[in-house]
Design a binder for this molecule. Structure first.
Ligand code: SF4
Ligand code: SF4
Ligand code: SF4
Length: 281
């Protein structure tokens, strides 16, 4: 059975424990409909159905991503790239190795419930469709724009594309002017610029930690900077280690961050600095 590219990308982002089930059901549905290719439409219903029935509790974590890959023009790193899928796979491998299921089960009386599991979410742009702000760790793709030597033809596309009113085309100097304070690194101006007068200075990820819903909802705290893949993985591992040390009686990571916000954020910043120094050597 063939798979439409977007449908294949979507299923690769599904939690590992539900992927096989959804895949076989989508193929069965396509066959029943007399088709030899599985499309997004075939998958979407089963994606929704599976989200409600998957046993994330058995593996101790839940990893989600927005469905932007292959289908959404808003992606910060531009269309046609596979960066977020690769990051998704690496995070999944890391969390599987951490074996959080066993760790989380110990203090819980009875089976793990959905609110016990460690949640990580990726979004391919600041629209944040996978709600990274309310997850233990939220990751947002980001592209920081910069001006290049290439000519600006004053088409105004960048100005029109920027929803933050952070770009203004200076017709006298014949260059775009970017307001760094307003810019949220969505990458839209880079994507639409026909000449390359605006390009990406840095492509990476914004990371936020300590968000949750539940009895006492809280929004995650964003770390400074735009981080590369290795650093994102370093942050996740650091947070999981802190969680293991500090969590008592099933306390959520977000609750720990809420209670010890200042020290956790500053310790993490220090750890990141050390890690960056090590990487530069
Ligand atoms: S987060 Fe952005 S890229 Fe992902 S689906 Fe939403 S709008 Fe598209
Ligand atoms: S200037 Fe505007 S469009 Fe360009 S990256 Fe920043 S927020 Fe996005
Ligand atoms: S920077 Fe690019 S998109 Fe903006 S006006 Fe110039 S050519 Fe057009």
């Amino acid at each position: 059975m063939k798979w439409e590219e977007a449908a294949d990308a979507l299923i690769k982002r599904m939690p590992v424990d539900s992927r096989r089930k959804v895949k076989s059901r989508a193929e069965a549905a396509a066959l029943k409909a007399g088709k030899n290719i599985v499309t997004m439409a075939d998958v979407e219903d089963f994606c929704k159905a599976s989200t409600g029935s998957v046993s994330h509790e058995s593996i101790g974590f839940r990893l989600d991503a927005c469905s932007g890959n292959g289908v959404c023009s808003n992606r910060a790193h531009g269309t046609g790239n596979d960066t977020i899928n690769q990051l998704f796979e690496k995070i999944r491998d890391l969390l599987e190795k951490e074996d959080l299921g066993d760790f989380l089960k110990k203090p819980v009386n009875g089976p793990l419930r959905p609110h016990h599991v460690f949640r990580v979410s990726l979004s391919d742009c600041p629209n944040a469709c996978s709600q990274p702000q309310i997850k233990d760790i939220g990751i947002l793709a980001a592209a920081v724009p910069m001006l290049t030597e290439k000519a600006c033809i004053l088409c105004g596309s960048c100005e029109n594309a920027c929803r933050e009113s952070a770009v203004c085309v200076d017709t006298e100097r014949e260059i775009p002017v970017i307001d760094k304070e307003r810019c949220i690194s969505c990458g839209s101006c880079i994507t639409v610029c026909p000449t390359g007068a605006i390009a990406a200075e840095v492509c990476g990820y914004r990371v936020m930690i300590g968000g949750k819903l539940g009895r006492h909802p809280r929004l995650a705290n964003e770390l400074q900077g735009i981080h590369d893949v290795e650093t994102v993985l370093f942050i996740i591992k650091w947070c999981v280690d802190v969680y293991r040390v500090k969590s008592r009686r099933g306390k959520r990571f977000a609750e720990i961050v809420a209670q010890e916000k200042k020290s956790i954020l500053s310790n993490l910043e220090q750890a990141l600095q050390k890690n960056n120094t090590k990487k530069r050597r």
